[in-house]
Ligand binder design. Structure first.
Ligand code: AMP
Length: 114
């Protein structure tokens, strides 16, 4: 999608601190990190949000969680743990309309939700 900022990072049209990529997913550091590790894992195919999965996107969904596991190991946060967040739509306060999972770690989180 031509006007999508995450599609542009994936395509190399604008800079991104990419930490992981394969055919199905790409992951790059959040530009405004909230913790020592803050990585966004996104499908390389433009999917707007969690409502946009197609029936044949199962391998992509699996690839996102595989990427989470591998990046957590790369970042040295696998053992102590981390938080995953996928904001969806206005009530989820999703700001960038390209599906993404926040991988946040490197410190003990505040108690969650709300
Ligand atoms: P969300 O509110 O879940 O849509 O989160 C969007 C995230 O994208 C925010 O944490 C932003 O800091 C991050 N972000 C926005 N633009 C960029 C960018 N160019 N490179 C990396 N992260 C970005």
């Amino acid at each position: 999608m031509t006007d999508c900022i995450f599609c542009k990072i994936i395509a190399g049209e604008i800079p991104g601190d990419i930490v992981y990529r394969n055919d199905l997913v790409c992951a790059f550091r959040d530009i405004n990190p909230v913790a020592p590790t803050h990585v966004l894992i996104v499908p390389t195919r433009h999917i707007a949000d969690n409502n946009g999965w197609a029936d044949d996107d199962g391998p992509t969904a699996a690839a996102i969680f595989t990427a989470v596991r591998e990046i957590a190991e790369q970042e040295g946060i696998a053992e102590n743990g981390y938080r995953l967040i996928a904001n969806t739509g206005p009530h989820g306060r999703q700001e960038v309309p390209h599906l993404h999972v926040h991988l946040i770690g490197g410190q003990r989180m505040q108690h969650p939700m709300g």
